[in-house]
Design a protein around this ligand. Structure first.
Ligand SMILES: Cc1cc2nc3c(=O)[nH]c(=O)nc-3n(C[C@H](O)[C@H](O)[C@H](O)COP(=O)(O)OP(=O)(O)OC[C@H]3O[C@@H](n4cnc5c(N)ncnc54)[C@H](O)[C@@H]3O)c2cc1C
Length: 322
């Protein structure tokens, strides 16, 4: 059996979980094994309705009187107990922050190896994997062995595809948890007070880097973003300077974007930045340096001072609007 983990919001599975499920189904088909999943919380039934179409036969709905929020140690302990009980051939989790955290804990508890960010799996006594390193700028071939293989699916790389599945049966599971498993739990959730289009979902993104020169320099970029119905982002350099909040950062340690048009202004195109925007369909860079790395990666480039180009662009766009 192949076991997966589904993260969900009020019973609605996260996209990264459906991606992991698609990879897990491929693994299950290769091995001729059934596909089952673990869900935390009381919405096991709702999740089962959503994922039956992905070929899942059983949903193990984990609940415990002390477990009403995300608790990485307790989630990992629950998965470890399910692995002991069900002896799955593999556990496949979403390549999300939680997926990675929980599987790393579970791997330590089970004394098993774990491979993160997989995009392809060839099954066998040991698994041959293709997995992403460095935020997807490097692909690595690796071999994973162990009685149960633990792996995560690289996020935003596998398209989630339902199969001809039927209904998934829900089976309640109450783990045996110690106080120490619940040491880390969410106690409060604060919504971001940022307004406007979320960066990760925007179809157009305008962003600025060190070349913008000051926090006030972003005023014209914000105007441009307004005119284009775009979200605004930045490089880490602009965040480090204190010009923008970390919520705006695009890159390896920021948000990953996949807009139709990305307009980096005054950004050099360091690899850690490009990791965050490699999903963009078109890049139009504004930079004074024709040798900047971003220019090599861009479909369109304006080699000029952004402080001249952006206001001019705003005037012209306002002209079109009028
Ligand atoms: C572990 C790690 C993680 C990192 N994660 C991230 C990340 O998530 N995101 C990220 O962005 N970076 C990240 N970085 C930092 C990254 O390596 C770069 O330092 C950063 O992206 C540089 O930002 P920048 O392009 O704005 O600045 P610079 O590299 O200084 O580039 C400024 C650019 O502006 C141009 N310019 C200057 N003036 C103008 C003007 N008037 N008009 C037009 N162009 C102008 C210059 O020609 C230059 O190309 C990370 C680094 C490390 C080590």
């Amino acid at each position: 059996m192949i076991l997966t983990l589904i993260e969900h919001e009020a019973g609605l599975p996260e996209d990264t979980s459906l991606e992991a499920l698609t990879l897990a189904r491929d693994v299950a088909e290769q091995s001729g094994a059934p596909l089952e999943t673990v869900v935390f919380g009381d919405e096991g039934g709702a999740v089962a309705d959503e994922i039956g179409a992905y070929g899942v036969g059983a949903v193990h709905a984990v609940s415990h009187p002390e477990l009403d929020t995300y608790a990485p140690g307790a989630w990992a302990e629950s998965i470890a107990q399910l692995v002991d009980e069900l002896a799955p051939e593999a556990v496949v989790v979403p390549g999300s922050a939680r997926g990675h955290e929980v599987l790393a804990h579970a791997a330590a508890k089970l004394d098993l190896a774990m491979a993160a960010n997989c995009i392809e799996v060839e099954t066998g006594d040991s698994y041959e994997l293709t997995r992403q390193r460095w935020g997807g700028t490097l692909l690595e071939h690796a071999r994973l062995s162990g009685e149960t293989k633990l792996l995560s699916a690289a996020p935003n790389e596998i398209s989630a595809e339902p199969a001809d599945g039927g209904e998934a049966a829900v089976q309640a599971f109450e783990p045996d948890l110690a106080e120490s498993d619940l040491r880390v739990q969410i106690t409060r959730v604060e919504e971001s007070d940022e307004e406007g289009i979320p960066l990760g979902e925007a179809r157009t993104v305008v962003s600025g880097g060190r070349g913008v020169g000051s926090p006030e320099g972003f005023d014209k970029l914000e105007e441009l973003a307004d005119l284009l119905d775009a979200a605004i982002g930045s490089s880490r350099a602009a965040v480090n300077e204190g010009w923008r909040s970390h919520d705006d950062q695009i890159g390896q340690t920021g948000t990953k974007i996949s807009p139709r048009l990305y307009m980096p202004c005054g950004i050099s195109g360091a690899v850690q930045h490009m990791v965050g925007c490699k999903g963009a369909e078109n890049i139009m860079a504004v930079n004074t340096d024709p040798e900047a790395a971003i220019i090599q990666k861009a479909e369109y480039a304006v080699i000029a001072d952004l402080h001249e180009v952006v206001p001019e662009l705003n005037d012209r766009l306002r002209g079109i609007d009028a």
